[in-house]
Design a protein around this ligand. Structure first.
Ligand code: AMP
Ligand code: GLY
Length: 427
């Protein structure tokens, strides 16, 4: 069996590993923007291509039995539709179903029209002058969140606390935008295989979006993430997790009844607030880094799951329950002024899983790009032990790079628990 993987990040390296573990013993091919050395090593052959050039990807996919699409951009560009038109089986939502991520305005309207729980108060603007006026009229009520409706690589969302801040940000945008009430609480992610009807969820993960320790600095694609030895995180209870799955199920059902059957991975980003569980956003693919936490725990066969999602015969997924801590290594200056740099990795010393992301390999030398470079994953019985494994591995990665050492540390996990306690108590 031939499987083509589209994408070149850390998430796709994790997907590639999961595909290679399949009992189908697939031969792996990849269509990548740059040569991810981790993926390249697992592949029979690869094509370097702009991943949103879906025609070129489809040309390359001609003899594939299955195409797995990792990132949102090719999905939003209609990769699944083009592949299906050419008779190639592809795992991921169609362009229309991918609107759930590619158009945040559409998604908020859909959620409120369908009465799906957890939709924050929002307003949608095509004309940014109207958006500016809205900020002026409403900022006294509390912070506002401004989001370009389209894909921004996780970096487009800005929380503003004054009219001038909001107005300045809007001047940098082209529109349209969604403006939302600012939610306050603890966030978690649930990623699920979906076959149009059945939602088969993975353990909850918490990502760390801010660039610097202590949750400071600008938003990034995600600096690292953890799971507990459980489906839930230490600041959550089972009821929170079940409520999240129920919202995802309602969303999948509503999409189906609107003629937009959703197949692929659905990623729900939730916030536990004083007012209950809210949907921060949906993504139409695995998270990066969150895929690196859950895929190594997946006991079910990835290829079988992808095929059953396509066929509408998905039943359930099985995960080994273990704590995981994933930490990204990024070039100095990331995300504002990243400086590509050479890195050395002493692989023999690393006792953790290593995922390559945005790096180029030339004659055995690893050079970062301007994005997240590589990630390490610790897996253990406790978050503490998984964190120490990840930290130990970081010592053997050298270069002008940094990582968030606080992710998964006991103090940070404890502060999440206390934060949530304060939120629930309303103090
Ligand atoms: P998104 O790209 O929508 O996931 O947004 C990125 C991050 O911005 C989220 O993970 C949240 O931390 C934050 N965010 C998005 N929407 C809101 C909101 N309505 N209130 C507070 N924070 C938000
Ligand atoms: N880590 C956030 C995302 O993949 O969207």
């Amino acid at each position: 069996m031939k499987v083509l993987l589209v994408g070149s990040g850390g998430r796709e390296h994790a997907i590639a590993m999961a595909i290679k573990q399949s009992a189908e013993e697939p031969t792996l091919y990849a269509a990548m923007r740059y040569k991810n050395p981790g993926i390249a090593r697992l592949c029979e052959d690869y094509l370097l291509v702009n991943e949103t050039d879906v025609q070129k990807v489809a040309d390359y996919a001609k003899s594939a039995d299955l195409v797995v699409i990792g990132p949102e951009a090719p999905l939003a560009a209609g990769a699944v539709d083009v592949l299906n038109d050419r008779g190639v089986r592809a795992f991921g939502p169609t362009r229309q179903a991918a609107l759930i991520e590619s158009d945040k305005g559409w998604t908020r309207s859909f959620m409120s029209r369908q009465g799906i729980r957890g939709c924050p108060k929002y307003a949608l603007f095509d004309d940014l002058r109207d958006a500016d006026r809205f900020v002026k009229d409403n900022i006294d009520e509390g912070n506002l969140v401004i989001k370009p409706v389209g894909l921004t690589g996780g970096k487009g969302v800005v929380i503003v606390s004054s009219y001038s801040e909001g107005s300045d940000y809007l001047k940098k945008l082209k529109g349209p935008v969604v403006i939302e009430e600012c939610l306050s609480g603890e966030e978690f992610t649930v990623q699920a295989f979906v076959d149009g009807n059945v939602v088969a969820p993975a353990p909850a993960v918490q990502d760390h979006k801010r660039a610097f320790e202590g949750d400071l600095g600008p938003n990034t694609g995600g600096m690292g993430s953890y799971t507990d030895k459980s489906y839930v995180l230490p600041f959550m209870d089972e009821g929170d997790y079940r409520a999240a799955i129920a919202i995802m199920q309602d969303t999948v059902d509503a999409l189906k009844s609107s003629g937009m059957t959703y197949k692929g991975i659905l990623y729900g980003q939730f916030m536990l607030t004083r007012a209950g569980l809210m949907v921060v956003e949906y993504n139409c693919r695995f998270g990066d880094p969150e895929a690196m936490n859950v895929l190594p725990l997946l006991r079910s066969d990835f290829v079988e799951l992808a095929e059953s999602a396509i066929d509408g015969t998905l039943k359930s997924t099985d995960y080994e329950l273990l704590a995981t801590v994933c930490k990204y290594v990024v070039p100095a200056g990331y995300p504002a002024n990243p400086k590509p740099t050479e890195i050395t990795i002493d692989k023999d010393q690393i006792n953790a899983t290593l995922f390559y992301a945005s790096v180029d390999e030339h004659d055995g030398t690893i050079v970062t790009t301007t994005s997240r470079a590589l990630a390490v994953l610790g897996v253990a019985d406790t978050i503490d032990d998984a964190e120490q494994q990840a930290e130990h591995a970081l010592q053997f990665i050298k270069g002008d790079v940094f990582a968030r050492h606080d992710i998964g540390k006991r103090e940070l996990v404890q502060s999440r628990i206390e934060h949530m306690k304060r939120i629930r108590e309303g103090s």
